[in-house]
Design a protein around this ligand. Sequence first.
Ligand code: ATP
Length: 319
Amino acid sequence: KDLIVCFGEMLIDFVPTVSGVSLAEAPGFIKAPGGAPANVAIAVARLGGRAAFVGKLGDDEFGRMLAGILRDNGVDDGGVSFDTGARTALAFVTLRADGEREFMFYRNPSADMLLTEGELNLDVIKSAAVFHYGSISLITEPCRSAHLKAMEVARQAGALLSYDPNLRLPLWPSAEEAREQILSIWDEADIIKVSDVELEFLTGQESVEDDVVLTLWRPAFKLLVVTLGEKGCKYYTKDFRGSLDGYAVDTVDTTGAGDAFVGAMLRKIVDDQSVLQDEGKLREVLKFSNACGAITTTEKGAIPALPSEPAAVELLKRN
Ligand code: ATP
């Protein structure tokens, strides 16, 4: 069993053609397909792994384009449903001068939010070795129930559950609601990846020190990773913990770095689950994940920038 099933949203980011401008000032936009769980699926496939995506798209030009992108990248789209009423989600994303992003979403509601339990492709979910998800699919019904059902089915079928909350605060009714819902499924994961920003949001503390991170640790976790942007990552298991530096690259757009990191990590874990018990092996996996994250920042958009295995190996060799 080596299939990585990614559940959640797939959408189109509209990214300004020039950096460092507001949406109003942007002279034009480039279509950049994305959605964190879909990015992770494509990241896995680009690294030679087997991936499937489960979610809902609009039965429109953009939805069909996105399903085509999954297939073109070797991701199984058998778990994709189409909504005839609602549109594929859109997000306008501004790249600030420092390369960080701001979002404006068009979801009123979008097709991804309307996935129902009954539409889940249970065969795909049951064949997962790893079932990966975020928190955007928890925001509204009926998708929330579909998400919870899919987690349950995957768990019962023996999959490892992987969670990257991917906080998008503007999509939630309030910060309190976001925190509460993100943490409502916290304890069920085997593997969690959070960014430093999410760590601060969830703990209410402006620190990535171990004592702060460990307030998010649960006894049943197999791995908790905190990504630190260009500074790399920290990792925690029940037996060991440590950190790894990132790789210096010419960053133009950080979109998808976290997804590339997660895809790389899951790709390696599914190949050899003993990395979760062996610190030496885990460090190699996370170096590779850091390299994949770094490479993804060197081009605009997430999907075009996701690396192949040789590209990541090449960056590791140079360092
Ligand atoms: P995303 O931008 O996809 O939301 P994230 O906030 O979830 O990402 P980050 O911590 O920004 O996650 O990045 C994930 C990983 O990608 C980092 O741990 C690091 O290895 C790599 N990375 C991110 N930004 C840079 C950068 N500017 N230079 C080098 N590596 C980077």
